[in-house]
Write a protein that binds this ligand. Structure first.
Ligand code: FE2
Length: 385
């Protein structure tokens, strides 16, 4: 059986990669970019630097900076209108996963119309949208190298997964220097998200020899560097490793899949507005514990790649070390429990059935090495308390 691999056409990786944007836009023969971003990127001066790079190539640009964390149908509406009326020929997506996911949705809806729900999985979206040049500022969601976007429908609090080559950026400019000023909390949350992508891609039922190489390489970069960037944001060597690891983890899961952690994480995010990486972090130990018996060799390889088990450790030993590492990591990175985050316990417990149904409907649990029943998902949610 063969595996189809979908990647950005250009990956520019390393210090200063984001400053290549002007030249890249010109090479794509585009002239009217819309920069899709958020207010923080404007405040930090990152948007101005992108516009300077464009100006050097005599390219002027407009800015849509109203994207929000965990983007919703309503939050992208003004961006869609801008694309529909604005005659843009490409989109520059600058920021964390949320601006990049927003830009992907805006590019398709602005060009083809309809509503986001029309594009929801299991539909596979293949229409070519506006070319997207993704510039991530976190390490990260990996969205710069994935064929997915996630948009929340606020009418029913559903995180809609949309998939297909239409959502793969044409270009990714992967510049770790943009992450040097990230605060520790965001650094930790996004870093755990990246680690989860790599682990889930590696144990996924949809893993292939290609996605395995990317997942293992990602874990080797992320495992030893996550604590370093959390404790010292200015550690350039560790930031560079995290950024590359995050993109490779994105490549891995985009060409395999995520699994049960992400399936269960999305309903928590949608209902309780827990940042994506944080809800993953809350779930990762319990979901790994549930899954590990079905996939011992692969989880053991994760432990070795992350550097928490030695190559000579047998699988059982490696997996014991993996579990203690996941709990230790959450403690060291100050990941709050659901209660500490401020989720109302009674409310959460009354929504278990709904969350389990939404998790199953996303399709992600079906890729898990141990496929859970609805009752088993409910049980894992309960373990968060
Ligand atoms: Fe994720």
């Amino acid at each position: 059986m063969s595996a189809q691999i979908i990647l950005p056409r250009v990956l520019q990786i390393g210090a200063g990669a984001s400053q290549m944007v002007g030249r890249i836009v010109k090479e794509l023969e585009c002239q009217r970019p819309l920069i899709v971003t958020d207010k923080m990127m404007v405040t930090l001066g990152y948007v101005a630097r992108i516009q300077e790079s464009l100006a050097e190539q005599a390219i002027s640009s407009d800015v849509f900076d109203d994207t929000v964390p965990e983007p919703t149908v309503v939050s992208i509406e003004a961006g869609v209108t801008a694309v529909r009326d604005g005659n843009y020929d490409c989109i520059i997506a600058l920021g964390g996963g949320s601006p990049i996911d927003s830009a992907k949705a805006i590019g398709i809806l602005g060009k083809y119309g309809g509503v986001m729900r029309d594009y929801k999985f299991p539909r596979v979206v293949t229409e070519p949208g506006l070319p997207i040049i993704a510039i991530p500022t976190t390490a990260g969601t990996g969205s710069e190298a994935t064929r997915f976007t996630i948009i929340t429908d606020e009418s029913n609090d559903e995180k809609m997964l949309c998939a297909g080559i239409a959502f793969m950026p044409t270009v990714a400019l992967v510049d770790y220097e943009l992450t040097l000023s990230l605060p520790p909390r965001t650094t930790a949350d996004t870093g755990i998200d990246a680690l989860t992508h790599a682990m889930e891609a590696y144990v996924s039922k949809k893993a292939s020899p290609y996605s395995d190489t990317q997942a293992i390489a990602a874990m080797r970069l992320l495992g030893p560097n996550l604590r370093r960037v959390f404790h010292d944001g200015g550690d350039r060597e560790a930031r560079e490793a995290m950024m590359l690891g995050s993109t490779l983890a994105g490549v891995a899961f985009s060409n395999a899949s995520v699994a049960l952690v992400h399936g269960m994480s999305r309903p928590i995010g949608a209902l309780y507005h827990v940042p994506h990486g944080l809800s993953n972090a809350m779930l990762l130990p319990a979901v790994t514990e549930f899954s590990i018996s079905a996939c011992q060799q692969r989880y053991a390889q994760c432990a070795r790649a992350m550097g928490v088990a030695a190559s000579e450790d047998d699988d059982d030993t490696a997996n014991t070390k993996l579990m203690s590492e996941l709990y230790a990591l959450n403690r060291e990175l100050n990941v709050p429990t659901a209660e500490e985050f401020g989720i109302d316990r009674e409310h959460f417990l009354s929504n278990l059935e709904l969350m389990a149904e939404q998790a199953l409907a996303s399709g992600s649990p079906g890729n898990n090495p141990r496929v859970p029943s609805k009752d088993e998902i409910v049980e894992i949610y309960r373990q968060l308390w």
